[in-house]
Design a protein around this ligand. Structure first.
Ligand code: NAP
Length: 305
């Protein structure tokens, strides 16, 4: 007998929505989360595009997701998944740091982790002026000269937040057009942020053990130059955290491939949210994935009878 009907790995919006739907459908459900529930939502200053809630902090939204899932009886196991195997009976066994648990169906919601710029100075200066989280570290740079690297939704949205803390924010992007959605770009353009388009960061330089300047290559002029900065915020994309399921089919970037029911190439194993090969990654799409996966995980369990 499996310990749970449905286990979910990762307590971000996709995992919490799956937990809510699964528990509400009467399935014995638990989320295994290694830190605290909420995922990347936790570090977003303000969310304005989650339907029905107007403007809300990421922290508050994550809290609401968790309360609602737990309200329907979804458990949260705080532990780290070391490996996943399928038993001879077709159940899933999650080997955790301190124990192991089994389930009839499994939903992977492990999200994605930030990518590095991979330039000299970046890793040494992480925590000393280089950051990957504006909400966490932005307040340390109040009134200081800040560089934001990247041109996607994260970079532009976080740059908007940083302009509330400093009137000296520059966004550096490697192309001449942003990847981010037009609405959020317009919001940034309405601030006094400066732009370095078609620029590469060559190195992040230090003085007294902290960030002091950044060396750029202006790709339009081929000019290389150095400019003083106090803080560098890097938002150059994400990589999927899909190593935990080597048995699933993935795309060339490592995102897990699913069908319309969120089922992977392994029967009974589902994937939702940022770890899935979906073209549009939002909190609302992760939540939607979670609802769909929970529904079909329940159907899958019925099919086992
Ligand atoms: P992303 O959309 O993949 O954008 C990454 C950005 O970094 C791109 O502009 C890319 O440039 C640039 N980049 C990548 N590698 C680089 C390198 N080595 N050096 C310099 N620049 C580099 O990643 P993201 O912004 O983290 O967003 C991840 C996902 O979450 C996306 O699907 C996004 O839509 C979603 N998201 C949504 C919201 C929202 O709706 N509110 C907020 C945050 C994130 P190129 O454009 O040239 O490739």
């Amino acid at each position: 007998m499996a310990d749970y009907d449905v286990l979910i790995v990762g307590g971000g919006p996709g995992g919490l929505a799956a937990g809510q739907y699964s528990a509400r459908a009467g399935r014995k459900t638990a989320i295994v989360e290694e830190m605290s529930c909420g995922g990347q939502t936790m570090i977003i200053d303000e969310i304005e595009n989650y339907p029905g809630l107007g403007r809300i902090s990421g922290y508050k939204l994550a809290q609401k997701f968790e309360e609602q899932a737990e309200g329907f009886g979804c458990e949260v196991i705080y532990d780290q998944v070391q490996s996943i195997e399928q038993t001879q009976e077709g159940e899933f066994r999650l080997n955790l740091f301190s124990s192991s648990v089994t389930s009839k169906a499994l939903i992977i919601s492990t999200g994605a982790k930030h990518r590095n710029l991979d330039v000299p100075g970046e890793s040494e200066l992480t925590g000393h002026g280089v950051s990957y989280c504006a909400t966490c570290d932005g307040p340390f740079f109040k009134g200081k000269k800040i560089l934001v690297c990247g041109g996607g939704d994260s970079a532009i949205q976080e740059a908007v937040y940083l302009t509330k803390l400093s009137d000296n924010v520059t966004v550096c992007h490697r192309r001449d057009a942003f990847r981010a959605q037009a609405g959020v770009v317009a919001k940034l353009k309405a601030t006094n942020a400066k732009f370095k388009m078609n620029h590469n960061v060559i190195s992040i330089n230090a003085a007294d053990g902290k960030v002091s300047s950044v060396t750029f290559l202006n790709k339009s002029t081929n000019e290389q130059y150095t400019e003083d900065f106090d803080g560098v915020f890097v938002f150059v994309g994400m990589d999927p955290r899909s190593e935990i399921v080597p048995m699933c089919e993935k795309d060339s970037a490592g995102y897990i491939i699913t069908d319309n029911t969120m089922m992977t190439s392994v029967k009974g194993l589902f994937a939702v949210g940022d770890v899935r090969n979906t073209p549009f990654r939002q909190i609302v799409t992760a939540a939607s994935d979670g609802a769909i996966a929970a529904h079909y995980a329940s159907e899958y369990i019925d099919s086992l009878k």
